[in-house]
Design a protein. Structure first.
Length: 369
């Protein structure tokens, strides 16, 4: 009688794991065929939108053409394209905020406009179609919402220039503030799988009220429109970290949406003028007494006066004394960067400029985080 071959515990665990993974893969494949989309493709766990109005509508004057909706033209350039993409056409959607739009002018002077002119010269045999879908003051979460519409129009490439507008609108994350980072990361990971989407549908009862996400208005509502200057902006490190996390989440969603329709995606890091653009608002760190603030201001004024006189070494000493009192005051880092440039210390000047940008209380330039 042949003796049975005994499997080691390690092999048993390996076979069990492989079986589970194969089963999970089969379920995911089946759900793909059934049209079940991952939750992450349909929902933003950070914010919702009060309504969804399409950017493009059917052109009533030309059969088969799409055109920018009249109620969207205050934020977007007027663009036209065929609903069904012509053969041998490479369709590009350029997304972003005011830079993509072409501000302070329009599509003619925008980078999508130049791309539209240069591509036929670079490859005249290919039929190119470049559409400017940059929205004035649009941030990443609005771009994601827009991409849900654009993936229906047979895109070949998304060119996305975003990052400057993440703090432009008021957002609230009350639900996320109470969640642990591990739980939030786990929920986000699970949301990428169709199996989780199906289980969520089966478990969730329609009659049970779902937790409400913060509802964004249909179009951009800038904080600066409601105040004189950046007075409404205050230091809030927790909210800032949540905005950065939301931005990272949106970048991943953009890539996933592009891949879902077979398109490529090009993400561009936005440029900032660190040398010539001072912080929009500076704020002292918490816990600083009145006497410390007065001493800080005195040192800052003395240093600036010495710097203008060309006494750079003494000015730097004053700046460093001020930093020992408050190292989170954005304007201090900016002035130090200017002085370091005068001393030809470029690397240190760059570091100070970047710190000034990071400590800006009104961060209307993309952060380095």
């Amino acid at each position: 009688m042949a003796s049975r071959t005994k499997l080691s515990l390690r092999k048993k665990l390996a076979f069990s794991l492989i079986s589970v993974l194969l089963f999970f893969f089969a379920v995911e494949l089946t759900l793909t065929g059934w049209g079940v989309d991952p939750v992450i493709q349909r929902e933003d766990p950070f914010v919702g939108f009060s309504a969804s109005i399409p950017l493009y509508v059917r052109d009533t004057e030309t059969e088969g053409m799409m055109i920018t909706a009249p109620n969207k033209r205050s934020h977007f350039n007027i663009q036209r394209f065929q609903r069904s993409k012509p053969k041998n056409t490479f369709r590009i959607f350029c997304l972003g905020g005011s830079t993509t739009y072409g501000r302070p002018f329009n599509d003619v002077t925008s980078f999508p406009g130049w791309l539209r002119e240069f591509l036929p010269v670079a490859d005249p045999e290919q039929s190119w179609e470049v559409l400017n879908t940059g929205g004035v003051s649009y941030a990443s979460y609005r771009i994601v919402s827009l991409m849900h519409e654009l993936i229906r129009y047979q895109p070949d490439l998304f060119v996305i220039y975003t990052g400057h507008n993440e703090f432009l609108e008021k957002r609230s994350y009350p639900k996320l503030a109470s969640m642990s980072p591990l739980l939030l990361k786990s929920a986000t990971t699970a949301g990428r799988f169709r199996t989780f989407a199906l289980l969520r549908r089966l478990v969730t009862k329609p009659s049970v009220a779902q937790p409400q996400r913060y509802q964004m208005p249909v179009e951009v509502d800038e904080i600066l429109n409601h105040t004189v200057g950046p007075s409404s902006y205050q230091r809030d490190d927790v909210a800032r970290d949540q905005v950065v996390e939301h931005f990272e989440f949106n970048l991943r969603r953009m890539v996933q949406l592009a891949r879902s329709c077979g398109a490529q995606v090009l993400l561009i890091s936005p440029a900032s003028n660190l040398k010539d653009c001072s912080p929009f608002k500076s704020q002292h760190r918490e816990g600083l007494s009145d006497s410390q603030q007065q001493r800080f201001k005195s040192l800052l004024d003395q240093a600036q006066s010495l710097q203008l006189q060309g006494n750079l070494e003494t000015a730097m000493t004053q700046y460093r004394q001020a930093m020992s009192i408050d190292d989170r005051y954005a304007e201090l880092h900016y002035r130090m960067s200017r002085l370091l440039l005068q001393k030809q210390q470029v690397a240190q000047a760059l570091a100070s400029s970047e710190q000034a940008q990071e400590e800006d209380i009104c961060p209307l330039r993309a952060l380095n985080a």
